[in-house]
Ligand binder design. Structure first.
Ligand code: SF4
Length: 392
């Protein structure tokens, strides 16, 4: 096996975070919450950026033990065709959504790179911001996606514990731990502007995984200091296959992780999806989280289903069950009740520009020299763009 990278076990700057993550920390949850809230307000204001996922396909060649789309599940398999994608986008736009995350499983003949690129092209014609959560790709493939209008990718390591990773990823391309670890860097090298990292909480020791996730963000930030960076904290949800999390994470620990990350990474976008309950999401809004999904469907398509006579949603299983099932309108109202402005658009497609590699520019400026801490901020897109649009 290829050796693990040194940064993965580099403890030089993790002492403060380690202390904050420990339930035995000298800093109480309330103290961390107050500090996290103040930083969030100072860096992001009273706003919440909203996006929605669109599952393009549930074909998959991998066998992740915790996933309803693993290739041994009996779930019916589909992929959206171009006219179906356009219908979904139209339905999503009616909800106010203009920031979209396109998802597929691991690379298959039915949903390969060419299919994904075509989907990005279609979505970029309709949406202000298009990101992708799919299989790991080469630098050239990421460059091609960027040229079609993709500005972000999400790629969770799931767990940074190599032994647990080996057990959980039973077969398929996703078994390659190192390849997945290196994927965000390849995306940035290819001109993708922002990467979303995360661990699937419940699979392994959550504190150890959180520390490794932090090291990954810092490692990328040192090399790709102009890149946008976001971090997600998905907790394992019930799914076809019935995998039970061996390391369950309760609300208190998840809150502690969120606050600690906000304090340790003040400019990084922190994301919370509809996996979490309405109560927990409302509680975290304004306290550290700055980006949330809204009115999500985890089936292939699903947004235009109410308009379709041949609805297949009822017999399809999603990748996992969501918890917060409020409509976009209801969710926006809940945010406003907390004096937080929901933001559906904070990105102008004209900002996308050519897919010049971020690191190429960097290497010209600063080949190997470490940068000063004050220059290591990972500015979220909301701070880079002048235009915002909110739902009404
Ligand atoms: S997590 Fe992704 S790669 Fe793994 S089985 Fe599910 S869809 Fe496939």
């Amino acid at each position: 096996m290829t050796a693990l990278p040194e940064w993965l076990t580099d403890n030089r700057d993790t002492a403060a975070l380690t202390d904050m993550l420990s339930p035995a920390s000298s800093r109480s949850l309330e103290t961390l919450a107050a500090e996290s809230r103040a930083i969030t307000l100072r860096r992001f204001g009273r706003t919440m950026t909203l996006y929605a996922p669109l599952y393009l396909s549930n074909y998959c060649s991998s066998g992740c033990a915790y996933c309803g789309f693993a290739s041994d599940r009996k779930t019916p398999r589909h992929r959206l065709e171009p006219d179906e994608i356009r219908r979904e986008l139209t339905a999503m736009k009616k909800l106010g959504i203009s920031d979209i995350l396109l998802l597929t499983g691991e690379r298959t003949a039915a949903a390969d790179f060419d299919y994904l690129r075509k989907c990005v092209e279609i979505a970029a014609q309709e949406m202000q911001k298009v990101s992708v959560e799919a299989f790991p790709m080469s630098v050239n493939e990421y460059r091609a996606l960027a040229d079609c209008g993709c500005t972000g990718i999400t790629i969770y390591q799931e767990t940074y514990n190599h032994e647990r990773y080996e057990t959980l990823h039973r077969w398929g391309p996703k078994k390659d731990f190192i390849d997945r670890l290196e994927t965000p860097a390849r995306a940035l090298e290819g001109g993708i502007k922002s990467v979303g990292l995360g661990v699937l909480l419940g699979l392994s020791d959550p504190v150890e995984d959180a520390l490794s996730l932090y090291r990954h963000v810092r490692h990328l930030g040192r090399t790709y200091w102009r890149a946008g960076m976001s971090v997600s904290f998905p907790r394992l949800r019930p799914q076809t296959g019935g995998y039970e999390p061996p390391f369950p994470v309760d609300d208190h620990l998840l809150a502690r992780i969120i606050f600690a990350f906000r304090i340790a990474l003040p400019d990084t976008e922190l994301v919370l999806s509809t996996r979490e309950s309405a109560t927990f999401r409302d509680g975290m809004a304004g306290l550290g989280i700055t980006r949330m999904s809204v009115e999500s469907k985890t089936t292939v398509g699903g947004y235009s289903v109410s308009e379709s006579k041949n609805s297949r949603e009822k017999k399809d299983e999603g990748q996992f069950e969501i918890s917060d099932s409020r409509t976009a309108r209801e969710f926006c109202a809940a945010l406003r009740n907390q004096n937080i402005e929901p933001v559906f658009k904070n990105w102008e497609p004209s900002y996308n520009g050519p897919s010049s590699s971020i690191s190429h520019e960097i290497q010209t400026i600063r080949p190997t020299t470490p940068i000063a801490p004050e220059m290591q901020s990972n500015k979220p897109s909301s701070l880079l763009t002048p235009e915002t649009e909110t739902c009404h």
